[in-house]
Write a protein that binds this ligand. Structure first.
Ligand code: TGC
Ligand code: FAD
Length: 392
């Protein structure tokens, strides 16, 4: 890949809305991505391997559990800092952001929020340092948008539960040390639990042949009579609101992440358009190129303000799930459109791995689907404003 010349756009001086600490955290993540991610990501993506050597650095920049309190090994940061880290990571690659999102919002968050004191002490510090990696099993082969229909189940066997079922499309599954898994108990209540690699009957086959998120490892979780010690089940949550609360946190982070991908595409296209000469002039001098660039920076600016405001509401514990859905949906659609337009500005060069745009474009096809599809988030907004459920 060409050397990383990224310069972050900030048309409305959104930086002035950030605290010094937030800027410091954002800048150190930005520098780390430039130094460690950009030189290796294209190759990892082409080879479809997750660059595991990045895990230590990800932990050091606070990428694992940024808002988990320091007493459990987290960085104890606020929600805007969390969002900014996700933005910078996805500027590098959605797969790197995915790994951090899953570890932070889908593994550490539920253990912190719903776990026993013993579970918190056992897992959180190791997850924060990256010496333990986690994954999150909600989706099943026959239950994606509708997780309440899940068939994975636990049966009470006295001193332990017996877990059976399967989860599909699970980020980080192939290498995770632990999995936060959601399954129904004998009363039909959804329960959360920690399943550890090595437990008999638990396997994690990798999913191959993806055209998207190639630098992220995706797999299945298969449970065949897995003995789950009772102390591994979360004591403080029952029902679908457990996993959905985790999704609120991850979806919020993704709304920032999408801005990172869009900024990278815009910045690449802007620079290229000033350098590429056709008909004796830089292509940036043609009105149609300017229209594309002007619309991109407008949409990026709107998305920055949306996520920043959502971050303020999250810090005040006032952000609603429907507000989060709106930001996730809007910002990903924005990033997908910008990736397509930016790719056109680069002409044929846009399809090569010399530039990051096509990689972002392909990645965003997963991002628009996971954590609730584009249409599911639209229906969440529709239900919020009308009071009528159009899901079923
Ligand atoms: P519904 O009847 O509406 O709700 C059931 C209970 O949950 C509560 N609830 C929420 N609680 C917290 N946060 C939310 N966002 C919540 N939404 C609903 C609700 O109040 C109710 O509570 P209670 O106390 O009355 O029991 O549920 P439903 O079955 O009708 O489903 C609603 C729907 C469709 C919106 C939901 O199931 C949904 O969001 N579906 C999409 C599934 C999804 O997003 N899956 C993501 C899997 S994880 C993933 O993709 C990780 S990718 C990671 C990466 O690599 O970055
Ligand atoms: P379906 O639910 O079958 O939906 C197919 C289509 O039907 C979509 O367009 C959808 O919008 C539409 N649809 C469904 N219901 C309705 C309705 N009521 N009204 C209108 N339209 C509807 N899951 C995890 O649990 N953990 C992970 O770590 C994880 N990582 C992932 C990584 C990748 C790379 C991918 C691609 C997915 C991952 N997922 C993960 C799964 C993801 O959350 C699901 O793919 C997603 O929730 C959609 O489910 P589905 O693919 O089964 O699609």
């Amino acid at each position: 890949m060409a050397s990383d010349k990224f310069q972050a756009p900030d048309y409305y001086l959104v930086d002035e809305l950030l605290t010094d600490e937030q800027k410091l955290i954002r800048n150190s993540a930005r520098e780390w991505v430039k130094r460690e991610v950009s030189p290796v990501i294209e190759d990892a993506c082409q080879k479809a391997v997750f660059p595991k050597q990045l895990l230590k650095g990800l932990a050091e920049i606070g990428g694992f559990g940024p808002y988990i309190p320091a007493q459990y090994g987290g960085a104890g940061l606020d929600q805007i800092s969390y969002g900014l880290i996700m933005q910078e990571l996805e500027r590098g690659d959605s797969g790197i952001r995915s790994t951090a999102s899953v570890q932070s919002s889908l593994v550490m968050f539920p253990i912190y929020k719903f776990g026993s004191e013993e579970q918190k002490k056992k897992y959180l510090p190791q997850l924060a340092s990256g010496s333990f990696m986690g994954c999150f099993g909600l989706t099943e082969p026959d239950h994606g948008s509708n997780p309440s229909g899940m068939i994975s189940n636990i049966k009470d066997k006295g001193d332990h539960y017996l877990l059976n079922g399967a989860k599909m499309w699970i980020s980080n599954a192939p290498f995770a040390d632990i999995a936060v898994v959601w399954a129904k108990d004998e009363n039909g209540d959804i329960r959360g639990m920690v399943v550890e690699r090595g437990m008999q009957g638990f396997s994690t086959p990798e999913t191959h042949n993806k055209w998207s998120l190639r630098a992220s490892a995706t797999g299945e979780l298969i449970f065949q009579n897995v003995k789950i010690p009772k102390e591994n089940v979360f004591p403080n949550i029952k029902g679908l609101k457990g996993p959905l609360s985790c999704l609120n946190s991850a979806r919020y982070g993704i709304s920032w992440g999408a801005i990172g991908a869009a900024m990278d595409c815009y910045d690449t296209a802007l620079r290229y358009s000033k350098e590429r000469i056709q008909f004796g002039k830089p292509i940036a001098s043609f009105q149609l190129t300017q229209k594309k660039l002007a619309e991109m920076i407008t949409e990026i600016t709107k998305a920055q303000l949306l996520s920043w405001r959502l971050g303020v509401l999250k810090n005040e514990d006032r952000a609603t799930p429907a507000q989060i859905s709106m930001a996730k949906r809007n910002n990903i659609e924005m990033a997908m459109k910008i990736a397509r337009e930016a790719r056109q500005i680069l002409g044929a060069m846009g399809i090569t791995g010399e530039y990051s745009i096509m990689r972002h474009m392909m990645n965003l096809e997963s991002v628009v689907t996971y954590e609730g599809t584009h249409d599911i988030h639209l229906l969440i907004t529709g239900m919020d404003v009308t009071g009528i459920n159009a899901f079923s």
